[in-house]
Design a protein around this ligand. Structure first.
Ligand SMILES: Nc1ncnc2c1ncn2[C@@H]1O[C@H](COP(=O)(O)OP(=O)(O)O)[C@@H](O)[C@H]1O
Ligand SMILES: [Mg+2]
Length: 278
């Protein structure tokens, strides 16, 4: 998959119900996402954002149309294929954080690695690195209930990055946060797109978030109603550069994985160099 889009959405329709009461949640939605970019998906409540994100992430299926993620047609996958997709290529950040309340921040971040049977020592190294990346190294042992909303969302972002996904889907990740905290969470996402080389698709209805995206896709009543290409002056690079949690993750090659290259067993990403390294 070099050179091409990471995500390709073609002619996607999704209808809920049938007959006179049918809701056309998505109508002929078509777009691509370039790898390593952050795209904001904007639209008012009920416009189809969650439906679209869930279809791209393999949580829901379209009535027609196709979705390619990193070369895989997610609309053609069976349940096993979908769980593999969610484990290896696509991860989610939700508005409500979705952390496991009885697990510490570190245990929450490490949960996907445990599932992937990554050995404990490697898991701990990776978790420590991820908590540092999101600026929460000092809070590793705290339970979600002992953290602020913004901190909980940072833990959720670290967890989403644990398996080195190609695509990070965030459905209104700042929806439950105050404006300032929301902006810092968005800046963190911006930062991990840079440092991890991940591709992010982030829904929001908050226009102040848009400046951090490379690109804005607007959805209205299930239809894309225009796409602006973000210009470099709209990216507010200075803001994310100023974030300490983001800077900690940046290395000479600009990727967190770079830091792990000396420990091949730790690498979970399976982008180009085959499977089962760990
Ligand atoms: N499970 C469902 N059953 C019926 N209608 C649904 C369902 N989920 C979403 N919808 C409808 O589809 C449309 C798009 O919803 P959604 O994708 O959740 O929008 P958004 O995330 O932008 O708020 C809305 O009209 C919503 O009421
Ligand atoms: Mg929604």
């Amino acid at each position: 998959m070099s050179g091409g889009p990471l995500v390709s959405v073609r002619g996607v329709h999704r209808r809920y119900g049938s007959g006179a009461t049918a809701v056309h949640a998505l109508r002929d939605v078509t777009f691509d996402l370039a790898p390593g970019t952050m795209t904001a998906l904007v639209g008012r409540s009920g416009s189809g954002k969650t439906t679209l994100l869930n279809i791209i992430g393999g949580l829901d299926r379209p009535d027609s149309g196709t979705v390619l993620v990193d070369g895989t047609d997610v609309t053609a996958l069976d349940e096993d294929g979908l769980s593999l997709l969610r484990r290896e290529k696509v991860s989610y950040v939700f508005q409500t954080f979705g952390l496991i309340p009885v697990l510490s921040a570190a245990e929450n971040v490490g949960a996907p690695l445990r599932l992937a049977r990554v050995p404990a020592a490697e898991r701990e190294r990776r978790v420590a690195l991820l908590l540092e990346l999101v600026g929460l190294a000092a809070h590793a042992e705290q339970l979600p209930g002992e953290l602020s909303g913004g901190q909980q969302q940072r833990v959720a972002i670290a967890r989403a990055l644990a398996g080195s996904p190609r695509l990070l889907i965030a459905d209104e990740p700042t929806g439950q946060l105050d404006a300032e905290t929301g902006l810092s969470v968005m800046a963190l996402l911006r930062g991990v797109v840079e440092s991890e080389g991940v591709t992010a698709l982030v829904s929001t209805h908050d226009p102040t978030m848009l400046a951090l995206a490379d690109r804005v896709i607007r959805i209205n009543d299930g239809q894309l109603d225009g796409q602006l290409d973000g210009q470099s002056d709209a990216r507010l690079d200075g803001q994310s550069d100023g974030h300490p949690g983001v800077q900690l993750g940046q290395h000479s090659d600009g990727r967190l994985d770079g830091r792990l290259d000396g420990h091949p067993g730790v690498r979970l990403d399976q982008r180009s160099d085959g499977r089962g390294e760990s």
